[in-house]
Design a protein around this ligand. Sequence first.
Ligand SMILES: CC(C)(COP(=O)(O)OP(=O)(O)OC[C@H]1O[C@@H](n2cnc3c(N)ncnc32)[C@H](O)[C@@H]1OP(=O)(O)O)[C@@H](O)C(=O)NCCC(=O)NCCS
Length: 201
Amino acid sequence: MSATGLEPSEASLRFSLLPARLDDLPAILRLEEEGFGPEERWSERSWSGELLGQGRTTLLARGAQPAGVIALSTVGEVADLHRVVVAPAYRRQGLALRMVRAGLLAVQHLGARLVMLEVEYTNLGAIALYQRLGFEQVRVRRDYYGTGRDALILRLYDLETWPGRFARAVEETEADLQAERADVRGAEALSGGPDLTEERS
Ligand SMILES: CC(C)(COP(=O)(O)OP(=O)(O)OC[C@H]1O[C@@H](n2cnc3c(N)ncnc32)[C@H](O)[C@@H]1OP(=O)(O)O)[C@@H](O)C(=O)NCCC(=O)NCCS
């Protein structure tokens, strides 16, 4: 695995990531239905807006069938990651990771330096994905998705230096952990090894 764990997996490379067109709408709406409950789903109109609006980046993962879609918008130096969804049959193969990376690269070309997103605080899978990519929590927006349904606002700053900056942070954390482990081993050696009293009794 790479230092950041962000390199595309072989499974995800089976898909081509291409700009979505208006005639992809039915496939996108199918992905939307599979990915979200009725209350959370975007309408055909919202998706048309993503496909036709200015400063929009919408990528579709195409394989034997459409497997995922990502939508971002860019205004000046700020991009918003609006949506990412992967069909259930293709999850946990690194496809979202690859799509978000491709989306970030695309908005960087459009001039974005900062990327923001909102995610429901109960959506632990998506939060884990964004954290893996280096997004940081900025604040909580109470009741953003309805009463009792808060949003976490996350951001990824300074796109030009990402993911190199992120890789360094991961390497430094890894080095700290290794140093800590070495300290623990050293302390154990000095005290004649770990205390196994409980296991023996
Ligand atoms: C969130 C979602 C896009 C992730 O897609 P995916 O292709 O399965 O994600 P990836 O395989 O690229 O996952 C990369 C990493 O993110 C984290 N992750 C992704 N899904 C996770 C889950 N359900 N639980 C815990 N961690 C998860 C893991 O660290 C994972 O790496 P690993 O598989 O090596 O452990 C997908 O579950 C989905 O479409 N959900 C419904 C729609 C949604 O909630 N979208 C986000 C809000 S718009």
